[in-house]
Design a protein around this ligand. Structure first.
Ligand SMILES: Nc1ncnc2c1ncn2[C@@H]1O[C@H](COP(=O)(O)OP(=O)(O)O)[C@@H](O)[C@H]1O
Ligand SMILES: [Mg+2]
Length: 451
């Protein structure tokens, strides 16, 4: 029988030369053997990016690489077995035989495939290019006995920003990852513009859905410009169009392309990196955007700026956005509709206003607490509320644009320690904003509620 580390096999004896080679190999220090094993057989170091890398279209690359790796191991194993009939083989040796020839070729083929293959999304009314509405029908995802998502029905409307809200562990991320098929449901269906997502090519599906996650997952070895250009390049856009789009997207997220384009992700702050993440997700102009706690890891001030950026972008772009968060303020600020989840189930799906006025159950009222009314009100635009008339003459008060939210107006009022603000539209004063306006707006909303 062989010693520990050797395969226990029937030995018919090795030819002299082979015995000598084996002795030489075994006499090498262990660290050399480990280094060789890594060089020849081990999986390559991760290129960074995780899910985002897969989403950005590198999906095929690591998947094929994994398959190649599997084949390589399998190949080695079966050869090992064949040889095992005749010889005693120390464990490390098998890894060094004909080192990863199969893996290398497969890797090369996979990379060439990604580079050369023009990605054609299925167009037309049922193709992913035209996808806008996402319908989730009876979605269940189980992990063993535990149901992370439990019979979820949810319709996410065209051009709306739907927030998946709920406590940690409610199943929000699981739903998002089922939508872009990073994970497959246990049962139920997801329809993308009426087409069952399980019948679509997952890579094409993902490329039609921008994806932003916490800590972004930018490719660390690519510049910011290359990061943002990743999906357009995979989609076969020409250089000029890609370059223009990269500039446009960096501008849109408030980063100067000349300054930030050549930098690497490690040279950015958390907030800047998150902006790049948004720019990258939007670069190929996908009709759907999936965002999983995208601003969860940045400081409160940066977070507020990013939320504002997101709100303004969405007003312009009108994507179908599914935005996961557990932050009520963020949800109320951004959402056209909120889908409130608990334990994998949907508690209520409605506009923030409707949830405030007509909470579906005790859990919903408790989850939002006392302040939902105020939260809902302050997301309104100054232009939407009944302002006080202007006094005669030009009042000596700070001015504020009618396009800002009540939240910003309130912050300005408090910050400036002013008794009122003059609201200006297109350069002309249109009314006064003060605390009374806010209180009356709240009262009016409550009256609507009573009606
Ligand atoms: N890969 C997994 N294996 C086992 N359990 C998981 C896995 N992913 C998620 N879960 C469980 O499913 C539940 C929902 O997870 P998740 O969707 O991440 O929640 P949320 O995003 O709302 O915080 C949690 O209880 C979590 O522990
Ligand atoms: Mg989550």
């Amino acid at each position: 029988m062989g010693s520990c580390g050797d395969r226990a096999v029937g030995v018919r004896g090795l030819p002299d030369r082979a015995q000598h080679a084996r002795r030489v190999r075994e006499s090498r220090p262990r660290r050399h053997r480990r280094r060789e094993r890594h060089r020849h057989g081990a999986a390559p170091p991760a290129r960074g990016g995780g899910d985002a890398a897969r989403i950005a279209g590198h999906t095929r690359w690591p998947a094929r690489r994994a398959r190649a790796e599997h084949r390589r191991r399998h190949h080695r194993r079966s050869r090992g077995r064949r040889r095992a009939r005749d010889v005693r083989v120390p464990r490390g040796e098998r890894d060094r035989e004909r080192p990863h020839a199969l893996g290398c070729a497969a890797d090369r083929r996979a990379r060439a495939h990604v580079r050369s293959r023009p990605v054609r999304c299925r167009g037309g009314p049922h193709g992913v290019e035209g996808a806008r509405v996402i319908e989730i029908v009876g979605l269940t995802k189980s992990y063993g006995e535990h149901r992370a998502v439990d019979g979820l029905d949810l319709r996410i409307e065209t051009g709306e920003l739907t927030v998946l809200l709920g406590p940690s562990g409610a199943g929000k991320t699981t739903v998002l990852r089922c939508i872009n098929r990073l994970i497959e449901p246990t049962s139920g269906r997801i329809l993308v513009d009426g087409v069952d997502a399980s019948t679509l090519d997952p890579v094409e599906l993902r490329r039609s859905m921008g994806y932003v996650i916490q800590n972004v997952g930018l490719f660390p070895n690519m510049t910011i410009r290359e990061n943002v250009a990743a999906v357009p390049r995979l989609l076969g856009w020409d250089k000029k169009r890609t370059a223009e789009r990269v500039e446009e997207m960096l501008d849109a997220v408030g980063l100067d392309p000349a300054r930030y384009g050549p930098k690497y992700p490690r040279q950015l702050s958390g907030g800047e990196a998150q902006r790049v993440g948004v720019a990258r997700a939007l670069a190929a102009d996908p009709p759907v955007l999936l965002m999983d706690e995208p601003f969860g890891a940045v400081d409160p001030l940066t977070r507020e700026r990013l939320q504002k950026l997101m709100r303004d972008l969405q007003r312009r772009l009108k994507k179908t956005v599914v935005f996961v968060t557990h932050d009520i303020d963020e949800a109320v600020l951004l959402a056209d509709r909120i889908a409130l989840m608990r334990d994998g189930r949907l508690e209520q799906h409605d506009t923030p206003e409707a949830m405030w006025r007509r909470p579906a159950n005790e859990f919903v009222s408790r989850f939002f607490g006392e302040n939902l009314g105020l939260r809902v009100i302050i997301r309104h635009c100054l232009a939407d509320v009944r302002l006080k008339p202007l006094p005669d003459g030009a009042p000596d008060l700070p001015r504020i644009d009618a396009g800002v939210s009540l939240k910003e107006a309130l912050a300005e009022l408090v910050g400036r320690r002013a008794r009122a603000l003059v609201v200006v539209r297109d350069g002309s004063p249109v009314g006064l904003f003060d605390f009374d306006v806010l209180v009356e707006s709240l009262a009016e909303e409550s009256a609507c509620d009573a009606r």
